[in-house]
Each structure stands twice: as structure tokens, then as C-alpha cells.
Design a protein around this ligand. Sequence first.
Ligand SMILES: NC(=O)c1ccc[n+]([C@@H]2O[C@H](COP(=O)([O-])OP(=O)(O)OC[C@H]3O[C@@H](n4cnc5c(N)ncnc54)[C@H](O)[C@@H]3O)[C@@H](O)[C@H]2O)c1
Length: 396
Amino acid sequence: MTITATEARPRTLRVALIGGGLMARSHSFAYNSLPSLFPELGVVPELSILADVDDERARAAAAQLGFARFTSDWREAVTADDIDVVDIVTPNSLHFDIAMAAIAAGKHVYCEKPLAITVDEARRMRDAARVAGVRTIVGFSYLGGPGIQLAKQFVDDGTLGDIWQIKSHFFADGNADPSLPRTWHYERAKAGLGSLGDLGSHVISLVEFLGGPVDEVFGELATVVPERPRAVGALSYGSKAEEGAPLDPVENDDIATVVARLSGGARALIETSRVANGHSFDLALEIVGSKGSLRFSQQDSYAVDLFLRGEQAQRFTGTTAITMGPQHGDYAAYWPFGGVTLGLHEQKAIEVRNLFRAIVEGHEAYPSFEQGASVVEVLDAAQRSSDERVWVDVAR
Ligand SMILES: NC(=O)c1ccc[n+]([C@@H]2O[C@H](COP(=O)([O-])OP(=O)(O)OC[C@H]3O[C@@H](n4cnc5c(N)ncnc54)[C@H](O)[C@@H]3O)[C@@H](O)[C@H]2O)c1
């Protein structure tokens, strides 16, 4: 058999990863699995350079994750000539400076959520990317899963009728132990909001994807573990506090409840907690419409529960569990038979595919910095509502 030189030669996109912590592992997993999951895209990521705070952390992460070189200076990575995509997996307060520098250097940007700490920063990132014409995506993770894609289809094609209500939550208990050290997640300047910014930004992205923009919110944000031990040298998850470490204040919310009015007329309930004992990673939502309802749970995402009024409701009582299978969204890339749960990390590969497809086909990705900025606007309105104890319009 003869193979011509031009046949099946994939395009390479060269990645600079900024940050070598928890999500760096997830993103690297996604890059490595992309060519086998989505070969039709014809793109192979090249893991070119990884930046972290010092040489030792950067070297160790680059070696573990398979990056060709490393640096302790993120600006060097972001502006390097041989880079196409800058991927930001640092604490939230760094997203703005790194993304703006990347956009100024003409790079495409993959940025973790929440897009920025402040509305002003988020809008400037959105506007700069728009003017520069670079492609962007925000790491909301769950929008590309087959269950959420099916829910979107049922909303858009009228299967559920007029959307009346979306009830949603993201409860986790990874921070429930009060003896865990006060890492950057508890500092307002580094993280922004707490459970609402961290977990709630996922939920808000889902609510806006399925129900349209949030217009108005009433928020109640609360901190229930007011102090945590000082994090001496603790830079990431899994760090332990030193024995007898002094206590420092927790500066953002552990739990949040937000009631929202959506521009399309629906009401939404958004609840989050990072101290929800007994809920390890419980992201779920229910859409209630005039013709039926749909329930989705990320932990049981091998199926979506659908209830339709009318003939079926008269013959049977209860919901139908639609088992996810190759006919739904990108499921077929993973498995030829139904019923396999796609988790967070598999969905990250869909996210990377969506960004790379936008780059090679020359169109916007979803969710871009546009949607990322919108979520930051909702977060800001929820905090202001909680502070002022009134309904607040989401500034657009
Ligand atoms: N999409 C998701 O499901 C999801 C899940 C967890 C976290 N996140 C987001 O991912 C981002 C990173 O979170 P994480 O959990 O990986 O945090 P992490 O603390 O585990 O890792 C952050 C890394 O950034 C490095 N860093 C800090 N300052 C730096 C600098 N100046 N230059 C280069 N590197 C620097 C740290 O040393 C660390 O290695 C956050 O924005 C977070 O909200 C998203």
C-alpha cells in the first residue's frame, strides 16, 4: 500500500498550559485523548510548554503531564512564537492578566471558570478577544455532555413546551472539614466568590444555556465555616494545615441560594454548597415546561429522565429514563453501546474538541468569553443582592 505525503496529515495546535495543579491534569488528559476520540477533526495537540510559580513545580508538572518544556514565567509561555493556544488553569485572580496578554499576542485562549473576579475584567477579556478575532472557550465542562445536549434539543424543538422553571444545584463536600487549610479558594482577592463562583458558575452556565440569559436575581450567600487554619506553603488541594496553625478568616460564601428570573420568562433556582456533607459531587437540574419535564444528574448521567404530558402520561404514570447512547451528542466517540456514564474528564475532551474545531473552522466556540462574562455578571448581581437584601438587575 502506498501512503502519500499529504494523506491524513493532521494539523498541530501547540499548547501553553499556565498552571500545573488539579485542572492541569484534567486538561492534559483531554489533549491526550483528543486524537483518538475525535480523529475526524484532523488536529493533534502538541503539549509545548507548561508554566507554574517556580522552576521546581513547573518542571515536575511538565514531566508528569508530558509537556516538552517548562518555565516559571507565564509571560514567556504566553508570548512564545511557537504557541497557538494558551490554556489558563491558575487561581481565578490570574485569569485576567494571562488572558489579556495571550489575546494581545494573538493566541487562542482556553480559560477555566469563573472567567474573572470582576465584571469589569470579564467584559474587557470578552471585548479584547472579539476585537482580536481569536477563539476562546471557558471551562464550564458540562455543557457538551450528551444529557445536556439532549435537554437543549428538547427545549429548542418544543418537546418540553414553554419553559416555566429550572431547579438546579451543585452540592459538594470537599471543603466540609473545618480543619482543611485556607487555600486561595477562600480568599476573595484570589478566588472571587466561594461556592457560588466555583460551583455556581457551572450551574449558571447550564441555566443560561438551557433557559436563556438571567435578567434579575435574589441571592443569599453565607459563610458557615468562618475561619480556617493558615495555609503555610499550601498551594493546592490535598494540602494539610500545620499543627497549631493560626486561623485566618474565610472571605467568601460556603453556601448560596439564588432565585433568578430569566429573559424568556422562566424562573430558576440555583443552589450551591462546598460544605454539603453527604453530597460528594452532586450537580443536577430539572427543567419544568408546559408540556413536560426533564431531570439530569451528572452523577447518574448515563440517563436523562423525561416526563411528557398527554397520551403517554394518561397511559403510564411517571417518567421515562432515556439511556444515553451513540445517538446522543458526542457519546459515539466514546462507546458504541448505550448506558456508559461520561464523567467530567471525558467532557473536557469534548470542550477541547469544541475549541479546536472553532479554530480550524473559523467560527466562535461555545461557551466563549461572551458566555463566560455573562456568568460573571450574574455572580456579581447575586452577591450585591445578598449584601443589599433586594432583587438586583443583572447589569449587561
Ligand atoms: N471546570 C472544572 O470542573 C474545574 C474544577 C476545578 C477547578 N477549576 C478551575 O481551574 C482553575 C485552577 O484550579 P485548580 O483546581 O487546578 O487549582 P490548583 O490550586 O490545583 O492549581 C493552580 C496552579 O496554578 C499555579 N499558579 C499559581 N500562580 C501562578 C502563576 N503566577 N504562574 C503560573 N502558575 C501559577 C499553582 O502553583 C498551581 O499549580 C481555577 O480557575 C478553578 O476555578 C475548574
